[in-house]
Design a protein around this ligand. Structure first.
Ligand code: PLP
Length: 494
């Protein structure tokens, strides 16, 4: 144990020195997209303060924090806005705590973010999972179908709350006019996990925002695309669906008693930047994203995802590398190691580029030239889509020698046995993954990004889910799980 080392700081420094063209969160891109007023260098540290006279209190705001929150509410058309210093995670969890009671049914999509599971454990609500269609060409889910939502709402008349992710990690709008009508007709309170949507109001090409589609609340990560520091987020309330006092009390349970003034100031400045220059800045981001999209789509063997008219956030650019005979994992590693281009995420089928306020034209030029080189080294192969039926062998997913396609839908319709909260408080044991079939999961298991669990706590561990998990484990995937190597999984006896 060498106490002169600082492993995390050293790793950060090593990354920063590489000077990557970054297409990932936070969207401010190393500061280029932060508001100019944001203090620089050592001056920044002088703003790391606490509840001193005149600086207000996040948990009982009556001064500048209250006024900053009111300005944010006015910008987003909310009745009330809260600053979050623990990401949208805290917002989503506070919403579930405030809106639901133990045992009460709440409708959530089966591809919800892990923050939702935390909220369900805290509140004790009983999830009704709606399984969205899985797009096996792209390796991610498409938005839940309005007909499936309607059917679930009819089958479970006790559902009074619906939580949807809008837009999702890949930039797809989950809620369109039809879905909004289904939700309205049901009378349920619609809560939006809008972690990826803080920028939607600032460009005409963006999908409609949740508050405009009938949501009673929306949690937004301003650190993702809104120009704030990591963790800085907003929680908006609108209408009478939720009690602001109860949400405020839930946030007091969940958020630190020492909120960072740097994060809160970054929210205030990001809001000002969005209000004053949001349209111009997102105009540039959308233009750059379009340049990237067109440049990539022109390459042989490369496909760029299109969620459809009105459904796509143009700042998200999912790209398929399968036509090159490559997994996204391998392509991402190649781009980083050879050309210092860092994408937001890689999956088996895709890469995800995010174009944020900090993205500049030379970043896009570097990404395109790196991708051209990738295509030269991996010319379009016989694997070019349609690929159905092709099953290359499993190998190392991080740097595989050959590639792998998931043999089936990795998120089969859920077989819920316990609610996440019942699971949390029930006895569990670590079971070798291969022996867990038929048992009930006692933990959340997934890959991050995207933070969408493969296994939800309280669900039956089916042979299909275990087979899929074993395959990607064999490929070297790094899981977020109680035991990250996933030799064992926490389970309840069936
Ligand atoms: C869909 C979704 N919801 C919620 C969250 C949590 O947001 P935060 O990281 O701001 O806590 C994320 C984070 O990636 C997300 O992708």
């Amino acid at each position: 144990m060498n106490q002169r080392r600082a492993p995390l700081f050293e790793a950060l420094k090593h990354h920063v020195i590489q000077n990557c063209a970054g297409f990932h969160f936070p969207g401010h891109g190393g500061g280029a997209g932060l508001p100019r007023a944001f203090p620089d260098g050592r001056e920044f540290l002088r703003f790391d303060l606490t509840e001193l006279p005149g600086l207000d209190d996040l948990h009982a705001p009556a001064g500048p924090i209250a006024r900053a929150q009111e300005l944010a509410a006015a910008l987003y058309g909310a009745d009330r806005t809260f600053f979050l210093v623990n990401g949208s995670t805290a917002g989503v969890q506070a919403l579930l705590l405030a809106a639901t009671a133990p045992g009460e049914k709440v409708l959530v999509p089966r591809n919800a973010h892990r923050a939702v599971i935390g909220g369900l454990v805290l509140s004790g609500a009983d999830p009704v999972y709606v399984t969205p269609p899985y797009d096996s060409d792209w390796g991610f889910c498409r938005p839940p179908r309005p007909a499936d939502l309607r059917a679930a709402l009819r089958a479970h008349p006790g559902v009074r709350t619906v939580l949807l992710t809008h837009p999702d990690y890949y930039g797809q709008a989950a809620v369109d006019a039809e879905t909004a009508a289904v939700l309205k007709e049901s009378g349920a309170v619609f809560l939006a996990d809008e972690a990826h949507g803080a920028h939607l109001p600032f460009h005409a090409a963006m999908p409609a925002r949740a508050l405009g589609l009938g949501a009673a609340a929306a949690a937004q990560s301003l650190h993702k695309l809104g120009g704030a520091l990591t963790q800085a987020s907003l929680l908006h309330l609108k209408g009478t669906g939720l009690s602001p006092a109860r949400v405020s009390r839930a946030l007091a349970l969940l958020q630190t008693s020492s909120p960072s003034y740097l994060l809160m100031a970054s929210l205030d400045l990001a809001r000002r930047q969005l209000a004053v220059s949001g349209e111009r800045l997102f105009g540039r981001a959308v233009e750059l994203a379009g340049r990237l999209r067109r440049g990539l789509a022109a390459l042989s063997g490369v496909e760029v995802f299109d969620a459809g008219p009105g459904r796509a956030d143009p700042t998200k650019v999912p790209v398929s590398t399968r036509g090159l005979g490559l997994s996204g994992y391998r392509a991402a590693a190649w781009l980083r190691e050879r050309h210092a281009v860092q994408v937001e995420a890689a999956g088996l089928e895709h890469l995800l580029f995010v174009v944020g306020l900090g993205t500049r034209a030379p970043d896009v030029a570097r990404a395109l030239s790196a991708f051209r080189a990738l295509v030269r080294e991996h010319p379009a192969s016989a694997l070019r889509s349609p690929l159905s039926g092709h099953r290359p062998p499993v190998s190392d997913l991080r740097l595989p020698t050959s590639d792998f396609r998931p043999p089936f839908w990795p998120v089969p319709p859920a077989q819920k046995v316990l609610t996440p909260r019942e699971s949390w408080f029930s006895p569990a044991r670590a079971v070798p993954l291969r022996e867990a079939s038929g048992l009930v999961a006692a933990e959340t298991v997934g890959l991050c990004p995207p933070g969408i669990p493969i296994v939800f706590p309280g669900e039956k561990l089916t042979p299909e889910v275990l087979e899929y998990t074993l395959e990607i484990r064999a490929g070297g995937a790094a899981f977020q799980a109680a035991e990250p190597g996933l030799e064992t999984i926490l389970a309840h006896d069936g």
